[in-house]
Design a protein around this ligand. Structure first.
Ligand code: PEP
Ligand code: MG
Length: 584
């Protein structure tokens, strides 16, 4: 996937996945790999022990501060971790490894943690296996403090280059205004780090194989998030051209944004509701100010990621109210946490299993960890007192799961009523992200008030393409006829039941796939804010009466590539300009 053309002057061009629109130019800042420590000899053993003790102390202080903000039950979890900071087995063994072997503190912590975990992991008792996870978390926490500089940014604008960022790290780093652009070695266009980059409008190219080997010594980079290209050590002319191109993109997008308030109606008079996806509460205001028809997907799991314990009911209630208040009268769909898969809280206390995407994730996890889901539902229902909100469950795979989720909503409503706490009533929807749910969309609609298709996962599960693996990313084409047939089924179920069916996966923002989505009959779409002006303009330039036969034809094709060629051929005149500006 990565073409390189090395030159004398150090210029290197590499290719990856265009993950977030826009072009950035700036000095490179490399986040070193956070993987296992390499054994390193240290000269001053006493100083290394001091460094370890300071990291342990900083880690302890951070956990203690977090503990004070928690309810009793969660605080107990942290108490167990705090005990370990004083535990002789852990601390003394690590100190001894440094003193006796003269090796570095990171390695000493990793070795000690491994030694403590192995017997616990082999135990038949669930209790001891859970303790193994506690040991690992404490170790990770201390390591983070030892490597504290990894995620600390210098005081200047920069292009961030990393092997990978976890969604938790991405929340922290991409929200920082110093970060002009992002390049990573792993990930694909729909991996959660890419979604965050789009949400925060940071131009990004991801899935660049072998990036870190090539980056060494490159002072500057151009990140072309339109073409999926990165130029390391660009020439002066190239840097100037990139700055110009970046400006042109911004101007074009701004021109479209200026029309954000205009009706989003096709040439033949059909209206389409285009809403925004948000990951962070602060995006809601900008989305609705820029003409979004509400928030079609609020990915609440990002509230849970970069912290040691789940957010409290009160904190969540305040956040949800803030989001609802940012878009009054436009409709906000709050999705319950989709944790698991590639989105794990920093101190995840559950085993994601050997194949996390097929394991305890999203609603499955919520129904297993009912207390955590119950707290979230209480917060949503309380935030919805005097405000309109919709609630949506992720990764529903059959009707029984949805029934259990709805029963939990009822239980929470009754509890709030008993406690005399004001609450609202919310419309309850299911996401269609699993082929089984698409096939049984009619059954789900008998139980749900609405459906919303998450194509990022639907593609992953239908085509067996790991959404975070760049090696197979090109196979995960949402325009694939197998995916289109499932989509057609969902639209049909909506028609039969007379209930709304939306799409909030990234397919809605795919410039070539979008006309097919419209042709299939979707009239409510939700997407990253940066794509919204392009999608609005697309709707205004097409006639649905032309798109319906196009979609019909696509359903019978053999591949996504064939579908895309057909769309390009038929709509070049109407949409070609928009495609070019989006880097196609
Ligand atoms: C999807 O799967 O398309 C979706 C919208 O959910 P997420 O991307 O958060 O998994
Ligand atoms: Mg999903």
């Amino acid at each position: 996937m990565s073409a390189a053309d090395g030159r004398e002057d150090g210029r290197v061009e590499v290719a990856g996945v265009a993950a977030s629109l826009g072009i950035a130019l700036g000095p490179v800042h490399v986040v070193p790999r956070g993987d296992r420590a390499r054994r390193r000899r240290v000269r001053d053993r006493a100083a290394e022990v001091r460094r370890l003790r300071e990291a342990i102390e900083a880690s302890r202080a951070e956990i203690e501060a977090a503990r004070d903000t928690l309810d009793e039950e969660t605080a107990l979890v942290l108490d167990a971790q705090l005990l370990m900071h004083r535990d002789e087995l852990l601390v003394d063994a690590a100190v001894k490894a440094i003193e006796e072997l003269g090796l570095d503190a990171e390695w000493a912590v990793e070795r000690t943690v491994d030694e403590l975990r192995q017997p616990l992991l082999r135990s038949d008792s669930f209790y001891f296996r859970e303790r193994a996870e506690d040991v690992a978390h404490v170790g990770q926490h201390i390591l983070r403090h030892l490597r504290g500089d990894l995620l600390r940014l210098p005081e200047r604008p920069l292009v961030l280059v990393a092997a990978d960022l976890s969604p938790a790290e991405a929340v922290r780093l991409l929200g920082d205004e110093r970060v002009l652009g992002l390049v990573t070695e792993s990930g694909s266009a729909t991996s959660h780090t890419a979604l965050l980059a789009r949400a925060l409008e940071v131009p990004a190219v991801i899935g660049v194989a072998g990036l870190l080997e090539r980056i060494e010594g490159s002072p500057e980079a151009v990140v072309d998030g339109l073409a999926g290209k990165v130029v390391l050590t660009p020439s002066a002319e190239e840097a100037a051209a990139a700055a110009q191109r970046s400006e042109r993109y911004r101007r074009f997008a701004n021109q479209l944004r200026a029309r954000a308030g205009d009706a989003v109606v096709s040439r033949d008079g059909e209206e389409v509701a285009l809403a925004a996806n948000i990951e962070l509460p602060r995006e809601a205001g900008a989305a609705c100010a820029h003409g979004a028809a509400g928030i079609g997907l609020y990915r609440t799991e990002f509230l849970y990621l970069d912290r040691d314990a789940p957010p409290s009911e009160e904190e969540q209630r305040r956040v949800y109210q803030e989001v609802l208040d940012a878009c009054p009268g436009r409709g906000v769909t709050i999705r319950t946490f989709d944790l698991g898969g590639d989105k794990l809280p920093r101190t995840a206390r559950f085993d994601a299993g050997p194949n996390p995407a097929l394991g305890l994730r999203a609603l499955r996890l919520g129904l297993r960890r009912r207390e955590v889901l119950r707290t979230q539902l209480r917060a949503v229902l309380r935030a919805a007192a005097d405000r309109e909100a919709a609630l949506m469950f992720p990764m529903v795979s059959d009707v029984g799961e949805l029934r259990r989720a709805r029963a939990l909503v009822r239980e929470v409503e009754e509890a709030l009523d008993r406690e005399g706490l004001p609450r609202g009533s919310v419309r309850v929807g299911a996401m269609i992200e699993v082929p089984s749910a698409a096939l049984l969309a009619g059954q789900l609609l008998a139980q749900a008030d609405f459906l919303s298709v998450g194509t990022n996962d639907l593609v992953q599960y239908t085509l067996a393409v790991d959404r975070s693996n760049p090696d197979v990313a090109p196979l995960g084409d949402p325009a694939h006829p197998a995916v289109l047939q499932l989509l057609a089924r969902v639209v049909e179920a909506g028609r039969v039941h007379g209930k709304p069916v939306a799409m909030c996966g990234d397919m809605a923002a795919d410039p070539i796939a979008l006309p097919v989505v419209l042709g299939l009959g979707f009239r409510r779409l939700s997407m990253p804010l940066g794509s919204l002006p392009f999608a609005q303009e697309t709707v205004r330039r097409v006639a649905m009466s032309e798109l319906a036969p196009l979609a019909e034809e696509a359903l019978a094709m053999e591949s996504g590539a064939e579908v895309r060629d057909r769309v390009r051929e038929q709509l070049r005149d109407a949409l070609g300009e928009l495609w070019v500006e989006q880097g196609l």
